[in-house]
Design a protein around this ligand. Structure first.
Ligand code: PLP
Length: 379
Protein backbone atom coordinates (compact mmCIF):
# COMPACT_ATOMS: atom_id res chain seq x y z
CA UNK A 1 0.00 0.00 0.00
CA UNK A 2 1.09 3.55 -0.70
CA UNK A 3 1.67 6.10 2.07
CA UNK A 4 -1.70 7.89 1.74
CA UNK A 5 -3.60 4.59 1.97
CA UNK A 6 -1.61 3.40 4.98
CA UNK A 7 -2.18 6.75 6.71
CA UNK A 8 -5.93 6.09 6.55
CA UNK A 9 -5.99 2.34 7.23
CA UNK A 10 -2.83 1.04 8.94
CA UNK A 11 -3.39 -0.24 12.47
CA UNK A 12 -7.16 0.23 12.22
CA UNK A 13 -10.19 -1.67 11.00
CA UNK A 14 -13.94 -1.86 11.39
CA UNK A 15 -14.77 -2.36 15.09
CA UNK A 16 -15.73 -6.06 15.36
CA UNK A 17 -18.22 -5.43 18.20
CA UNK A 18 -20.21 -2.50 16.81
CA UNK A 19 -19.24 -2.15 13.16
CA UNK A 20 -18.01 1.38 13.90
CA UNK A 21 -15.81 2.72 11.11
CA UNK A 22 -13.96 5.02 13.50
CA UNK A 23 -12.05 3.13 16.17
CA UNK A 24 -13.74 3.62 19.57
CA UNK A 25 -11.79 5.36 22.34
CA UNK A 26 -10.92 2.80 25.01
CA UNK A 27 -10.72 4.52 28.37
CA UNK A 28 -10.69 1.43 30.56
CA UNK A 29 -7.46 1.27 32.52
CA UNK A 30 -7.79 -2.40 33.45
CA UNK A 31 -8.90 -5.60 31.72
CA UNK A 32 -10.55 -8.79 32.98
CA UNK A 33 -8.32 -11.74 33.73
CA UNK A 34 -9.49 -15.23 32.73
CA UNK A 35 -9.61 -18.22 35.09
CA UNK A 36 -6.43 -19.60 33.54
CA UNK A 37 -4.67 -16.31 34.30
CA UNK A 38 -4.54 -15.10 30.71
CA UNK A 39 -5.95 -11.92 29.16
CA UNK A 40 -8.19 -12.76 26.21
CA UNK A 41 -7.17 -9.86 23.96
CA UNK A 42 -3.68 -9.38 25.36
CA UNK A 43 -4.48 -6.25 27.36
CA UNK A 44 -3.98 -6.24 31.12
CA UNK A 45 -3.48 -2.63 32.29
CA UNK A 46 -3.49 0.44 30.05
CA UNK A 47 -0.06 1.74 31.05
CA UNK A 48 1.32 -1.52 29.63
CA UNK A 49 -0.78 -1.49 26.47
CA UNK A 50 -4.23 -0.48 25.28
CA UNK A 51 -6.12 -0.74 21.98
CA UNK A 52 -5.74 2.91 20.91
CA UNK A 53 -2.02 3.01 21.63
CA UNK A 54 -1.46 -0.30 19.90
CA UNK A 55 -3.32 0.98 16.80
CA UNK A 56 -1.23 4.14 16.69
CA UNK A 57 2.05 2.26 17.17
CA UNK A 58 1.14 -0.17 14.38
CA UNK A 59 0.16 2.68 12.10
CA UNK A 60 3.40 4.63 12.67
CA UNK A 61 5.48 1.46 12.28
CA UNK A 62 3.92 0.91 8.87
CA UNK A 63 4.23 4.54 7.84
CA UNK A 64 7.99 4.51 8.47
CA UNK A 65 8.47 0.95 7.22
CA UNK A 66 9.93 0.07 10.59
CA UNK A 67 10.01 -2.95 12.88
CA UNK A 68 8.20 -1.48 15.90
CA UNK A 69 7.09 1.81 17.43
CA UNK A 70 6.98 2.96 21.05
CA UNK A 71 4.89 6.01 21.96
CA UNK A 72 5.20 8.40 24.88
CA UNK A 73 3.30 11.27 26.48
CA UNK A 74 5.22 13.92 24.50
CA UNK A 75 8.04 14.31 22.01
CA UNK A 76 10.36 15.22 24.89
CA UNK A 77 9.39 12.06 26.80
CA UNK A 78 10.31 10.08 23.66
CA UNK A 79 13.64 11.92 23.38
CA UNK A 80 14.46 11.40 27.07
CA UNK A 81 13.59 7.71 26.76
CA UNK A 82 15.83 7.25 23.71
CA UNK A 83 18.81 8.75 25.53
CA UNK A 84 18.16 6.67 28.65
CA UNK A 85 17.67 3.51 26.57
CA UNK A 86 21.28 3.50 25.40
CA UNK A 87 22.45 0.01 26.47
CA UNK A 88 24.78 -0.28 29.46
CA UNK A 89 27.70 -1.55 27.38
CA UNK A 90 27.57 1.38 24.94
CA UNK A 91 29.99 4.29 25.48
CA UNK A 92 28.27 7.17 27.28
CA UNK A 93 29.21 9.64 24.57
CA UNK A 94 26.59 11.26 22.35
CA UNK A 95 27.46 13.20 19.19
CA UNK A 96 24.66 15.60 18.29
CA UNK A 97 23.89 18.05 15.52
CA UNK A 98 24.64 21.65 16.45
CA UNK A 99 21.24 22.92 15.33
CA UNK A 100 18.31 21.11 16.86
CA UNK A 101 15.11 21.65 18.77
CA UNK A 102 15.97 23.84 21.74
CA UNK A 103 14.15 21.58 24.22
CA UNK A 104 16.77 18.89 23.59
CA UNK A 105 19.55 21.32 24.39
CA UNK A 106 17.73 22.28 27.61
CA UNK A 107 17.35 18.58 28.50
CA UNK A 108 21.07 18.00 27.98
CA UNK A 109 22.41 21.17 29.55
CA UNK A 110 20.03 21.77 32.43
CA UNK A 111 18.90 18.36 33.69
CA UNK A 112 20.57 15.32 35.20
CA UNK A 113 20.01 13.39 31.94
CA UNK A 114 22.64 15.44 30.14
CA UNK A 115 25.08 15.28 33.04
CA UNK A 116 25.16 11.47 32.77
CA UNK A 117 26.57 11.64 29.24
CA UNK A 118 29.47 13.22 27.43
CA UNK A 119 27.67 15.43 24.90
CA UNK A 120 29.54 16.68 21.85
CA UNK A 121 27.93 18.91 19.22
CA UNK A 122 29.08 19.10 15.63
CA UNK A 123 28.00 20.73 12.39
CA UNK A 124 26.48 17.62 10.81
CA UNK A 125 26.39 19.19 7.37
CA UNK A 126 30.19 18.73 7.40
CA UNK A 127 30.78 14.98 7.04
CA UNK A 128 34.54 15.18 7.63
CA UNK A 129 33.88 16.92 10.93
CA UNK A 130 31.29 14.29 11.89
CA UNK A 131 33.68 11.44 11.08
CA UNK A 132 36.60 13.03 12.96
CA UNK A 133 34.44 13.80 16.00
CA UNK A 134 32.93 10.32 16.11
CA UNK A 135 36.32 8.66 15.67
CA UNK A 136 38.10 10.86 18.22
CA UNK A 137 36.54 8.91 21.12
CA UNK A 138 34.25 5.91 21.56
CA UNK A 139 30.70 7.01 20.76
CA UNK A 140 27.44 5.35 21.78
CA UNK A 141 24.84 7.44 19.96
CA UNK A 142 24.67 9.85 17.02
CA UNK A 143 21.74 12.26 17.07
CA UNK A 144 20.48 13.94 13.91
CA UNK A 145 17.70 16.38 13.17
CA UNK A 146 16.98 17.13 9.50
CA UNK A 147 15.58 19.53 8.46
CA UNK A 148 16.82 21.12 11.67
CA UNK A 149 14.99 23.55 13.84
CA UNK A 150 15.22 26.55 13.55
CA UNK A 151 18.05 26.95 11.03
CA UNK A 152 16.64 24.40 8.55
CA UNK A 153 19.99 22.65 8.03
CA UNK A 154 19.98 19.47 5.94
CA UNK A 155 22.08 16.48 7.01
CA UNK A 156 23.13 13.73 4.60
CA UNK A 157 21.29 11.08 6.61
CA UNK A 158 22.61 8.00 4.83
CA UNK A 159 26.21 9.19 5.16
CA UNK A 160 25.92 9.97 8.89
CA UNK A 161 24.09 6.69 9.56
CA UNK A 162 27.02 4.96 7.80
CA UNK A 163 29.54 6.76 10.04
CA UNK A 164 27.54 5.64 13.10
CA UNK A 165 27.41 2.04 11.94
CA UNK A 166 31.15 1.94 11.20
CA UNK A 167 31.81 3.26 14.73
CA UNK A 168 29.43 0.76 16.37
CA UNK A 169 27.16 3.59 17.54
CA UNK A 170 23.38 3.72 17.40
CA UNK A 171 21.93 6.43 15.15
CA UNK A 172 18.76 8.41 15.84
CA UNK A 173 17.01 11.12 13.87
CA UNK A 174 14.37 13.60 14.97
CA UNK A 175 12.16 13.31 11.87
CA UNK A 176 9.47 15.69 13.14
CA UNK A 177 9.89 18.45 10.56
CA UNK A 178 9.98 16.04 7.62
CA UNK A 179 7.31 13.59 8.84
CA UNK A 180 7.22 9.95 7.68
CA UNK A 181 5.57 11.17 4.49
CA UNK A 182 8.51 13.22 3.23
CA UNK A 183 11.44 11.29 4.71
CA UNK A 184 12.04 7.63 5.50
CA UNK A 185 15.25 7.60 7.55
CA UNK A 186 15.11 3.89 8.47
CA UNK A 187 15.52 2.98 4.80
CA UNK A 188 18.62 5.23 4.80
CA UNK A 189 20.19 3.12 7.56
CA UNK A 190 19.16 5.04 10.70
CA UNK A 191 18.33 2.84 13.73
CA UNK A 192 15.57 5.00 15.26
CA UNK A 193 13.34 7.72 13.84
CA UNK A 194 11.47 9.84 16.34
CA UNK A 195 8.63 12.33 16.15
CA UNK A 196 6.94 14.95 18.16
CA UNK A 197 3.54 13.64 17.02
CA UNK A 198 2.28 16.89 18.55
CA UNK A 199 3.33 18.56 15.29
CA UNK A 200 2.44 17.43 11.73
CA UNK A 201 1.15 13.93 12.51
CA UNK A 202 -1.41 15.17 15.06
CA UNK A 203 -1.66 18.21 12.84
CA UNK A 204 -4.21 20.36 14.69
CA UNK A 205 -2.29 21.70 17.74
CA UNK A 206 -4.58 19.80 20.10
CA UNK A 207 -2.52 16.91 21.47
CA UNK A 208 0.93 16.16 22.93
CA UNK A 209 2.54 12.86 21.96
CA UNK A 210 5.92 11.41 21.02
CA UNK A 211 6.89 8.32 19.05
CA UNK A 212 10.06 6.35 18.35
CA UNK A 213 10.12 3.93 15.43
CA UNK A 214 12.83 1.26 15.34
CA UNK A 215 14.39 -0.14 12.19
CA UNK A 216 14.95 -3.55 13.78
CA UNK A 217 14.92 -5.43 17.05
CA UNK A 218 17.74 -4.46 19.40
CA UNK A 219 18.62 -4.18 23.06
CA UNK A 220 17.90 -0.47 22.84
CA UNK A 221 14.38 -1.14 21.52
CA UNK A 222 13.77 -3.56 24.40
CA UNK A 223 14.93 -0.86 26.82
CA UNK A 224 12.53 1.63 25.22
CA UNK A 225 9.56 -0.71 25.58
CA UNK A 226 10.45 -1.57 29.18
CA UNK A 227 10.84 2.11 30.07
CA UNK A 228 7.51 2.98 28.48
CA UNK A 229 5.70 0.65 30.88
CA UNK A 230 7.98 0.90 33.91
CA UNK A 231 8.61 4.66 33.91
CA UNK A 232 5.05 5.33 32.76
CA UNK A 233 5.35 8.43 30.53
CA UNK A 234 2.62 7.01 28.30
CA UNK A 235 0.18 8.87 26.04
CA UNK A 236 -3.51 8.78 26.93
CA UNK A 237 -5.95 6.72 24.87
CA UNK A 238 -7.64 9.92 23.81
CA UNK A 239 -4.41 11.46 22.55
CA UNK A 240 -3.63 8.26 20.62
CA UNK A 241 -7.10 8.45 19.10
CA UNK A 242 -6.59 12.11 18.16
CA UNK A 243 -3.22 11.27 16.58
CA UNK A 244 -4.86 8.49 14.55
CA UNK A 245 -7.52 10.93 13.42
CA UNK A 246 -4.89 13.53 12.50
CA UNK A 247 -2.62 11.18 10.58
CA UNK A 248 -5.41 10.32 8.13
CA UNK A 249 -5.21 13.79 6.59
CA UNK A 250 -1.40 14.15 6.87
CA UNK A 251 -0.75 13.83 3.15
CA UNK A 252 -3.55 16.23 2.16
CA UNK A 253 -2.38 18.81 4.69
CA UNK A 254 1.32 18.46 4.06
CA UNK A 255 1.02 18.59 0.26
CA UNK A 256 -0.66 21.96 0.62
CA UNK A 257 1.81 23.11 3.30
CA UNK A 258 4.76 22.18 1.05
CA UNK A 259 3.28 24.08 -1.91
CA UNK A 260 2.48 27.15 0.19
CA UNK A 261 5.86 27.11 1.98
CA UNK A 262 7.67 26.98 -1.38
CA UNK A 263 5.65 29.95 -2.67
CA UNK A 264 6.31 31.92 0.53
CA UNK A 265 10.03 31.10 0.40
CA UNK A 266 10.16 32.41 -3.20
CA UNK A 267 8.25 35.52 -2.16
CA UNK A 268 10.52 36.24 0.80
CA UNK A 269 13.70 35.50 -1.17
CA UNK A 270 13.08 38.54 -3.36
CA UNK A 271 11.62 40.78 -0.64
CA UNK A 272 13.60 43.99 -0.05
CA UNK A 273 13.27 43.73 3.76
CA UNK A 274 14.54 40.14 3.91
CA UNK A 275 18.22 39.29 4.24
CA UNK A 276 18.17 35.49 3.92
CA UNK A 277 15.64 32.67 3.56
CA UNK A 278 16.23 29.10 4.74
CA UNK A 279 14.04 26.60 2.89
CA UNK A 280 15.49 23.39 1.44
CA UNK A 281 13.35 23.77 -1.68
CA UNK A 282 15.27 26.90 -2.69
CA UNK A 283 17.98 26.01 -5.20
CA UNK A 284 20.54 28.18 -3.38
CA UNK A 285 19.97 26.41 -0.01
CA UNK A 286 23.28 24.63 0.81
CA UNK A 287 21.39 21.38 1.49
CA UNK A 288 19.07 21.58 -1.54
CA UNK A 289 20.57 18.70 -3.48
CA UNK A 290 20.75 16.39 -0.48
CA UNK A 291 17.16 17.28 0.48
CA UNK A 292 15.99 16.62 -3.08
CA UNK A 293 17.63 13.18 -2.86
CA UNK A 294 16.40 12.08 0.56
CA UNK A 295 13.04 13.87 0.85
CA UNK A 296 9.96 13.56 -1.34
CA UNK A 297 8.99 17.18 -0.59
CA UNK A 298 10.64 20.12 1.14
CA UNK A 299 8.20 20.56 4.02
CA UNK A 300 6.10 23.31 5.51
CA UNK A 301 8.73 24.90 7.74
CA UNK A 302 11.03 27.77 6.83
CA UNK A 303 13.07 30.44 8.54
CA UNK A 304 14.13 33.86 7.37
CA UNK A 305 16.35 36.68 8.57
CA UNK A 306 14.97 40.17 8.23
CA UNK A 307 17.14 43.20 7.51
CA UNK A 308 18.09 44.73 10.87
CA UNK A 309 18.27 42.98 14.23
CA UNK A 310 16.08 41.61 17.01
CA UNK A 311 13.93 44.76 17.16
CA UNK A 312 13.02 44.55 13.48
CA UNK A 313 12.35 40.80 13.64
CA UNK A 314 10.12 41.26 16.69
CA UNK A 315 8.29 44.08 14.95
CA UNK A 316 7.36 41.68 12.13
CA UNK A 317 6.29 38.96 14.60
CA UNK A 318 4.21 41.54 16.50
CA UNK A 319 2.51 43.10 13.49
CA UNK A 320 1.36 40.03 11.55
CA UNK A 321 -2.41 39.89 11.65
CA UNK A 322 -3.68 36.64 10.18
CA UNK A 323 -0.55 34.74 11.16
CA UNK A 324 -0.34 33.83 14.85
CA UNK A 325 2.75 34.64 16.89
CA UNK A 326 3.08 31.33 18.69
CA UNK A 327 5.50 28.50 19.30
CA UNK A 328 5.20 25.02 17.79
CA UNK A 329 4.75 23.90 14.21
CA UNK A 330 2.82 21.56 11.96
CA UNK A 331 -0.70 22.80 12.76
CA UNK A 332 -3.47 24.09 10.52
CA UNK A 333 -2.73 27.70 11.53
CA UNK A 334 0.40 29.51 10.38
CA UNK A 335 2.72 30.36 13.26
CA UNK A 336 5.60 32.80 13.34
CA UNK A 337 8.20 32.83 16.09
CA UNK A 338 11.28 34.81 17.07
CA UNK A 339 13.31 31.88 18.39
CA UNK A 340 16.17 33.93 19.90
CA UNK A 341 13.89 35.66 22.42
CA UNK A 342 12.16 32.39 23.28
CA UNK A 343 15.44 30.51 23.76
CA UNK A 344 17.15 33.42 25.59
CA UNK A 345 20.83 33.22 26.55
CA UNK A 346 21.41 29.61 25.37
CA UNK A 347 20.14 30.39 21.88
CA UNK A 348 22.16 29.80 18.75
CA UNK A 349 19.46 31.36 16.55
CA UNK A 350 20.47 34.65 14.89
CA UNK A 351 18.60 37.53 16.54
CA UNK A 352 16.99 38.65 13.27
CA UNK A 353 15.66 35.16 12.48
CA UNK A 354 11.97 34.29 12.37
CA UNK A 355 10.62 30.75 11.99
CA UNK A 356 7.45 30.22 10.02
CA UNK A 357 5.32 27.08 10.22
CA UNK A 358 2.99 27.31 7.25
CA UNK A 359 -0.59 26.24 7.88
CA UNK A 360 -3.60 25.70 5.66
CA UNK A 361 -4.72 29.30 5.04
CA UNK A 362 -4.71 30.59 1.46
CA UNK A 363 -1.14 31.30 0.46
CA UNK A 364 -1.96 34.74 -0.98
CA UNK A 365 -3.47 35.80 2.36
CA UNK A 366 -0.29 34.66 4.10
CA UNK A 367 1.97 36.52 1.65
CA UNK A 368 -0.10 39.70 2.03
CA UNK A 369 0.12 39.44 5.81
CA UNK A 370 3.90 38.96 5.74
CA UNK A 371 4.27 41.81 3.27
CA UNK A 372 2.33 44.26 5.46
CA UNK A 373 4.28 43.19 8.56
CA UNK A 374 7.64 43.53 6.77
CA UNK A 375 6.45 47.00 5.74
CA UNK A 376 6.84 48.09 9.39
CA UNK A 377 10.62 47.63 9.24
CA UNK A 378 12.54 50.81 8.57
CA UNK A 379 16.09 49.93 7.50
N1 PLP B 1 11.37 17.74 18.23
C1 PLP B 1 11.10 18.86 17.52
C2 PLP B 1 11.75 19.05 16.19
C3 PLP B 1 10.22 19.82 18.05
O1 PLP B 1 9.98 20.93 17.37
C4 PLP B 1 9.64 19.59 19.33
C5 PLP B 1 8.72 20.59 19.95
O2 PLP B 1 8.65 21.71 19.57
C6 PLP B 1 9.97 18.43 20.02
C7 PLP B 1 10.83 17.52 19.44
C8 PLP B 1 9.38 18.14 21.38
O3 PLP B 1 8.08 17.66 21.24
P1 PLP B 1 6.92 17.84 22.34
O4 PLP B 1 6.61 19.30 22.41
O5 PLP B 1 5.81 16.99 21.78
O6 PLP B 1 7.44 17.31 23.63
Amino acid sequence: MRFETKAVHAGRGIDPVTGAVTTPIHLSTTYERSEDGSYTDGFMYSRGDNPNRRSLEQCLTELENGHDCVTYASGMAAITSVIEALPEDQPKRIVMADDMYFGVRTLLMETDIGRRYDIVTVDMTNLDEVKNTVESAETGLIWMESPSNPQIKIIDIEAVAGIAKAAGAYSVIDNTAATPMLQQPLSLGVDFSLHSVTKYIGGHSDLLLGAVIAKEDSEMLKNLRTAQHAKGAVPSSFDCWLALRGVQSLSARLNMQCTSAAAIADFLATHEKVEEVYYPGLKNHPGHEIAARQMSGFGGLLSFQVKGGAAEALKVANTVGLITQATSLGGTHTYIEHRASVEKELTKAPDNLLRLSVGLEHVEDLKEDLDQALGHITV
